[in-house]
Design a protein around this ligand. Structure first.
Ligand code: PHE
Length: 348
């Protein structure tokens, strides 16, 4: 363009506006800028030709040129902004996090101290070669009582201790001992098992009682099991639970399914009013009638058995004075038992 030509200029501007509509990359935008907005562009060049026009045409031509420049610049900036936004959006899309992907979860809760204790007990018994067994919490009266040598009129069967169900002969098991029967029937003898589990008795919830609590049953039946084995296993188990200083004794007692029967006591130096023995659970040598009820010959086999309260174990070990703490499930309580939390222990 060697002379100022307004219609040609108008064409160039229209061409430029159309071109901008199709520009999607900053690279193309740069090329556009060189072609239409640089010193070599037709618009800028034609601006310089204004001086060649007759004086009375110059003002109008100058206005036109700057109007054209502005139109192109305006549309150019609009396009530049759009391209920038597109790039940003694409980046956000590429770098966004997929919140549905699995990640390394940090546990915010805490397991119940009873669950931790049950793991600890299972580890101990499996480490000495025993197996872990279980049985149903709703139990046939025959397993819970009859097979365990309870006479039909034994007081433990009475309404105040046992939760009966609407089904005849089905009760909420009052102890883990029925699993002795189940395990011997299904696995035979010799047998060495530990049975942690829930048991139920119609007690009111108070500082030391709960209608639902936990026991661990122990049963070993073999050809040569005697009272010293019972004393030995309970002594080692107590040391595992309360520390290597823990002292135990077995005191005579009565259970229909053991003969002789005993209570296992642990010595606690910190007992209120000075050191003393505290009852930990029941134990004894398996009654011959129990072996007979599962078809095991009591002349050939003998067995030891024990049943230890797990809430009681935690309460003694950690000086927990209120059973409500174990029942209510407050996470602030449970968290204290995470490794490195509170520790108690029996003293010699
Ligand atoms: N089952 C008894 C109870 O709940 C405890 C026990 C178990 C006693 C095994 C002797 C042998 O009180």
């Amino acid at each position: 363009m060697s002379s100022f030509n307004i219609s040609q200029l108008t064409r160039v501007v229209n061409e430029a506006i159309l071109a901008l509509d199709n520009i999607k990359t900053s690279e193309n935008l740069k090329k556009f800028k060189i072609k239409y907005l640089s010193a070599n562009s037709q618009i800028v060049k034609s601006g310089k030709l204004i001086s060649t026009l007759p004086a009375d045409k110059r003002a109008e031509a100058g206005q036109k040129v700057s109007q054209f420049k502005e139109t192109i610049l305006h549309k150019y900036l609009e396009t530049a902004e759009k391209i920038e936004n597109d790039i940003l959006n694409q980046r956000l899309k590429n770098e966004s996090i997929d919140i549905t992907l699995p990640f390394n979860r940090r546990v915010l809760g805490a397991r119940h101290p009873l669950s931790e204790l049950i793991d600890e007990i299972e580890d101990f018994f499996t480490s000495i070669g025993w197996s872990i067994s279980d049985g149903p919490e709703i139990e046939a009266e025959w397993f819970n009582f009859d097979a365990l040598n309870f006479t039909p009129d034994h007081p433990a069967r009475a309404m105040q201790d046992t939760f009966y169900t609407t089904q005849p002969n089905l009760v909420m098991r009052t102890h883990t001992s029925p699993v002795q029967i189940r395990a011997m029937l299904s696995q035979g003898v010799p047998i060495y098992i530990a049975v942690p589990g829930k048991v139920f008795r119609s007690d009111e919830l108070d500082a030391t009682h709960s209608p639902v609590f936990h026991q661990v049953e122990g049963l070993a039946v073999d050809t040569n099991i005697n009272l010293s084995d019972l004393k030995g296993i309970l002594s080692i188990f107590a040391k595992k639970m309360f520390g290597s200083q823990a002292k135990t004794r077995i005191r005579p007692s009565y259970f229909p399914f053991t003969e002789p029967s005993g209570e296992i006591d642990v010595w606690f130096e910190a007992k209120k009013g000075g050191g003393g023995w505290i009852e930990w659970g029941g134990c004894g040598m398996v009654h011959p009638n129990v072996l007979r009820s599962v078809g095991v010959n009591p002349d050939k086999y003998s067995g030891l058995a024990f049943g230890i309260g797990l809430e009681r174990t935690l309460n003694l070990r950690h000086s927990i004075t209120d059973m409500h703490n174990l029942v209510e499930g407050d996470i602030r309580f449970a968290k204290q038992f995470i490794q490195g939390g509170i520790k108690g222990g029996a003293s010699a």
